[in-house]
Write a protein that binds this ligand. Structure first.
Ligand code: ATP
Ligand code: MG
Length: 204
């Protein structure tokens, strides 16, 4: 090994040691054990698919998972097929009305939202659920289909060991405040805007 390479290796080792010390200190400082509330928001692609990534993680540990999909469900998705065919133990409830610009009926949308929220509410009060996913819930707040305070209260008062993932654009500042982890997926570019059709296995 050349002297230059040896120097580079020694420098790398030193930097990694320093980094490890920082990581170890951060891990030691995080000593609270409880479920987390995650909000995945923003205009980019990757919110629901990230939520379903967490579903897979939880299932890997044999945890109990509930999924409630607001809006979605009119169109089939790979995650729906997978859960129905391979994970019958996952409680999946879909509002099934499709997008509001398709239904164009506020009254029936609100009734469907309330029915769907009832299912979510059951999961959020059932401590046997380790993970509850509320996919596209934010739109119910944006359209004022559901009462914001009622939702915030249910999220805040869920069993302490239960984690919850909420997805969807927007959602409002009160929801952001309440959630422990908030990630914004930024839209830099999307294939659809270049005329590429939504793709099975990638987009749905
Ligand atoms: P995904 O389910 O792929 O993680 P998402 O949950 O972040 O996406 P949604 O707003 O729920 O995004 O929309 C779902 C569908 O819309 C997916 O087919 C996704 O590829 C597409 N989509 C998401 N963001 C954009 C965008 N910025 N422009 C066009 N299509 C988008
Ligand atoms: Mg989504």
């Amino acid at each position: 090994m050349s002297e230059d390479q040896q120097k580079k290796n020694a420098k790398h080792k030193q930097a990694m040691q320093k980094h490890k010390a920082k990581v170890d200190a951060n891990i030691a400082a995080a000593d609270i054990q409880r479920g987390v509330a995650v909000l995945l928001t923003g205009n980019g692609k990757g919110k629901s698919s990230s939520a379903f990534g967490m579903v897979i993680r939880a299932l890997g540990y044999g945890q109990k998972v509930g999924v409630v999909q607001f809006i979605k469900g009119a169109q089939q998705s790979g995650e729906e097929l997978f859960l129905k065919n391979h994970c019958p133990e996952v409680n999946l409830y879909q509002m099934g009305t499709g997008f509001t610009w398709n239904t164009q009926d506020r009254g029936s949308d609100i009734a469907a939202a309330e029915r769907t929220w009832e299912e979510a509410g059951k999961m959020l009060t059932d401590a046997s659920y380790d993970l509850v996913v509320l996919d596209e819930l934010t739109y119910m707040l944006a359209y004022k289909y559901l009462d914001e305070l009622q939702i915030l209260k249910a999220l805040a008062e869920r069993p302490p060991e239960q984690s919850v993932v909420v997805t969807g654009r927007g959602g409002g500042s009160a929801l952001q405040e309440l959630m422990d982890t908030v990630s914004e997926v930024k839209d830099i570019k999307h294939a659809f805007k270049a005329g590429i059709k939504a793709r099975k296995g990638v987009d749905y």
